[in-house]
Design a protein around this ligand. Structure first.
Ligand SMILES: Cc1cc2nc3c(=O)[nH]c(=O)nc-3n(C[C@H](O)[C@H](O)[C@H](O)COP(=O)(O)OP(=O)(O)OC[C@H]3O[C@@H](n4cnc5c(N)ncnc54)[C@H](O)[C@@H]3O)c2cc1C
Length: 483
């Protein structure tokens, strides 16, 4: 049997990032994927009608652009192209007004009227100093390179989204803020929910919220192509359940959540460590929908049709209520819906003249409720006539999502709750939570810092630890000098 320096199990963005960093450092690396296609949360498939390409999981890629590691890879040479809509995010309101997040911070702030200065004051320092901020927020806890900036970030990010919403007066600015913070999939009253809003707004202004031409699968395909070009090996269709059956290797990195890690035989993890993994908390789930459409979604406000991402849910108060009710185990009548209309900006997604749409709402963990009606009603509310454009649709409840990808436990797309207690010390209470109690085994998934999203930084840090511990290779954390 062939011997490898490293085996990485799971081909999500984190599995790929880990495998690539290891291979770049000269380690013979095998990447194993259980499914028959690569990509984890980056797959695109025809699941409604022939010719309509739908992103099954991730669709929008600000975090891939902002990733200090993925952004250093020559993925354009391996076929990856991003496309940007004129607006990054739109948040329509019943009044027919919409708050619009544009790449240009100044323009966005101007559109928020009385809240112009407050909005600019919140985001400007972080947009300008993203390089310093990213070192601190996209990895494990460590002493920041720019402590003053981090103190500023801490003051604004540690509070709840609800507390920070008081910074704004207008319905538009408050709603835009709610939509950004609600990506954290938690009640907006929870501490640190402001952090996700600040980070997503900051990367929106700094990098934009693009889509991959052809779908998110193009990100996975480019990562696979680059990994193989530098000598990496890939095996698909192999669900790992016993490490003793793997080819020989020195280190093993798992792009998996604690629940899956606990089920793998032969890992020889200590009881105390296993107990920490058992105590790890998963978060709320999602109900996901995809549509094949005869026409673009007829949003009442034309600026919304110029946006790749649309946040639906109305005012700050409505979104806060919906997220609170979901956390209480209820399905809200009018959920917060995240929607993307990729085919408007990427003609490869649908047959000529036709369109696709992608959306999800948050639901209780493990819920099997069918949210089709409430999601479609929420779209119709801001785009009368939407329902008449539907040619076909596909849905995933939380359990179908988990069967599709076992990393989405109970429909949780962030690999575990990203609250104060689990933000930096996930999945175990350690400053280096990528290490397990077995010195040859590492966790590399979004269940480690910095958590969910297509950025690969969890995998990068796990591989960095393995390189340091076993191969005497120290990776420079000055991002600009990474490769
Ligand atoms: C509906 C939805 C929408 C999303 N939207 C966005 C978005 O727009 N932008 C964004 O940045 N993020 C988005 N995300 C989140 C993002 O997809 C995830 O955070 C990210 O994919 C996590 O990466 P990962 O590498 O940790 O795990 P994953 O991408 O989940 O990959 C894990 C891989 O490991 C494999 N695997 C697991 N167990 C085994 C085993 N035993 N043997 C072999 N293989 C195994 C799985 O098959 C899977 O391919 C979304 C997710 C979902 C579900």
């Amino acid at each position: 049997m062939e011997a490898y320096d490293a085996i990485v199990v799971g081909s999500g963005p984190n599995g790929f990032a880990a495998a690539i960093l290891l291979q770049q450092q000269g380690l013979q690396t095998l990447l194993i994927e259980g499914a028959d296609t690569l990509g984890g949360g980056m797959r695109t498939k025809e699941i409604t009608l022939p010719g309509f390409k739908h992103d099954i999981c991730s669709a929008i890629h600000p975090m891939a652009l902002a990733s200090p590691f993925l952004s250093t890879l020559p993925l354009a040479e391996h076929g990856l192209q991003f496309v940007f809509a004129p607006n990054e995010v739109a948040h329509p309101l019943d009044t027919e007004h919409a708050a619009i997040l544009q790449r240009d911070l100044e323009q966005t702030a101007l559109g928020l009227g009385k809240d112009s200065s407050a909005y600019k004051a919140l985001f400007e320092p972080f947009v300008k100093q993203w390089d310093d901020l990213s070192q601190a927020v996209l990895g494990p806890l460590r002493f920041p390179r720019n402590p003053i900036l981090m103190a500023k970030f801490g003051l604004k990010a540690l509070p709840s989204a609800a507390m920070m919403a008081k910074t704004f007066e207008t319905t538009e600015a408050k709603a835009l803020w709610a939509g950004l913070c609600a990506h954290g999939i938690q009640p907006l009253e929870n501490l640190t929910t402001a952090a996700i809003g600040i980070m997503l707004g900051t990367v929106g202004h700094r990098f934009g919220w693009p889509m991959a031409v052809g779908g998110s699968q193009a990100v996975a395909d480019a990562l696979a192509s680059y990994f193989q070009a530098i000598g990496g090996n890939i095996q698909t269709d192999y669900w790992v359940d016993d490490v003793n059956q793997l080819p020989n290797h020195k280190v093993l990195l798992l792009d998996m959540t604690p629940k899956q890690v606990l089920n793998i035989k032969g890992l020889a993890l200590r009881t105390g460590y296993r107990n920490q993994l058992k105590a790890y908390r998963q978060g709320l789930g999602v109900f996901k929908m995809d549509w094949a459409l005869s026409d673009p979604i007829p949003f009442r406000n034309p600026a919304v049709m110029q946006s790749s991402t649309v946040h639906l849910g109305g005012t700050y108060e409505e979104i806060a209520r919906a997220e609170y009710h979901t956390a209480q185990g209820r399905i809200p009548d009018a959920p917060y819906v995240l929607l993307s209309q990729q085919s408007l900006f990427d003609s490869t997604r649908a047959p000529a003249g036709k369109h696709t749409a992608w959306a999800y709402c948050h639901v209780p963990h493990g819920s099997t409720a069918d949210c089709t009606k409430i999601i479609e009603n929420q779209i119709e509310r801001f785009a009368p006539g939407f329902k008449d454009t539907i040619l076909a649709k596909h849905t995933f409840n939380t359990q179908q999502m988990e069967s599709y990808n076992p990393n989405y436990v109970g429909g949780d797309i962030n690999g575990g709750v990203m609250d104060l207690a689990q933000l930096y010390t996930r999945p175990s209470f350690s400053l280096t939570p990528y290490r397990t109690s077995n010195k040859n085994v590492y966790i590399a998934s979004s269940s480690t810092p910095p958590g969910g999203g297509v950025h690969g930084m969890c995998g990068f840090h796990a591989a960095r630890m393995a390189l340091e511990d076993h191969f005497n290779v120290k990776i420079n954390l000055q991002w600009q000098e990474l490769c």
